[in-house]
Design a protein around this ligand. Structure first.
Ligand code: ATP
Length: 288
């Protein structure tokens, strides 16, 4: 079982001919909306991979649709609370060259509550996975609680903040971060992945796949599957969700990385975020 304390956002996408500069007013070419937030994307990825996931989080009164979306995706939503607040949202400008500019309002995502988290984890068993990212408050509280009750704590260090990572570091066994985040970590602490004291560190590298650092297996580069990417937004979330779902379903670390690489490769060939996360059957077909 996976428990995911994570963000739930409404993403507003605007296609623009180029990114606006300060003081400029620019007309958009296209507009669309969808479910987003690293937390929500990862929960959808776990569910589509065939895993069992309880999402822990909150939305505002305008976010009931997001709860419905997650429920339809097969996520347990009994620990998502509707608060008197605004649902977290992201305003995303994407230009013709694929460059983007994103502004996020955390809204209800930053209103997690200790009692609600403790209640959500009450039935968790040793060996269950607790997944965290850096888009809610109380990550360290949850990490300590989960670790104390024998859960495996996994942290996706995005958006990267070295202090947030340092707070959870004593409690985590699995760390997933992208190349840029790893570079920031090294720059700010001088640490190499294998020196962090975490059992499994995965650094994702876009079209170059990922590098796995494991106490058990050492360092291993796993190449990406060759595909023609259309939209890579959410590739990291798909990777993390699939990786943890496979681990929780009993796969080895190497098998789980392979499944995650394949799912993320399928995902980048489609437009969108949560909607573009593939089902296990699509990934199996892709793998032949
Ligand atoms: P995002 O922030 O957009 O969610 P990220 O920066 O966290 O992504 P990446 O390192 O870009 O994550 O990609 C995660 C994984 O997705 C990679 O490890 C790889 O498995 C897969 N992937 C990403 N881009 C490609 C690509 N062009 N071709 C094949 N696989 C890809």
């Amino acid at each position: 079982m996976i428990y995911n304390l994570g963000s739930i956002n409404l993403d507003y996408f605007y296609s623009v001919p180029r990114l606006p500069v300060a003081g400029e007013t620019l007309a958009t070419k296209e507009f669309s909306m969808g479910l987003g937030g690293k937390g929500a994307n990862m929960s959808v990825a776990v569910a589509r991979a065939g895993g069992e996931v309880h999402h822990i989080g909150s939305v505002g009164e305008d976010g009931i649709w997001a709860i419905d979306y997650l429920k339809r995706a097969g996520v347990d939503v009994s620990n998502i609370h509707s608060l008197q607040a605004t649902t977290g949202h992201a305003v995303i400008f994407r230009d013709d060259d694929g460059e983007n500019l994103i502004v996020i309002h955390q809204g209800a995502n930053s209103m997690q509550d200790k009692d609600r988290i403790a209640a959500a984890l009450l039935n968790a068993r040793p060996g269950d996975i607790l997944l965290l990212q850096n888009e809610t408050n109380l990550q360290a509280f949850a990490a300590e609680l989960g670790h104390g009750s024998g859960m495996k704590v996994a942290y996706a260090a995005a958006p990267f903040d070295v202090n947030a990572l340092k707070e959870v570091l004593p409690y985590i066994q699995i760390l997933v971060l992208n190349e840029l985040e790893m570079a920031q970590l090294r720059e700010q602490t001088g640490n190499r992945p294998e020196a962090l004291g975490v059992d499994v560190v995965i650094v994702t590298k876009g079209s170059d796949g990922c590098v796995l650092y494991s106490k058990e297996l050492g360092e291993k580069h796993v190449p990406a599957f060759p595909v023609n990417p259309l939209d890579t937004t959410g590739a990291g979330d798909t990777f993390t969700g699939y990786f943890l779902a496979h681990l929780d379903l009993g796969s080895s670390i190497e098998e789980a990385v392979l499944g995650a690489n394949a799912a993320a490769a399928v995902m980048v060939t489609k437009k969108g975020t949560a909607d573009a996360i593939p089902f296990a059957l699509d990934v199996e077909k892709f793998l032949g």
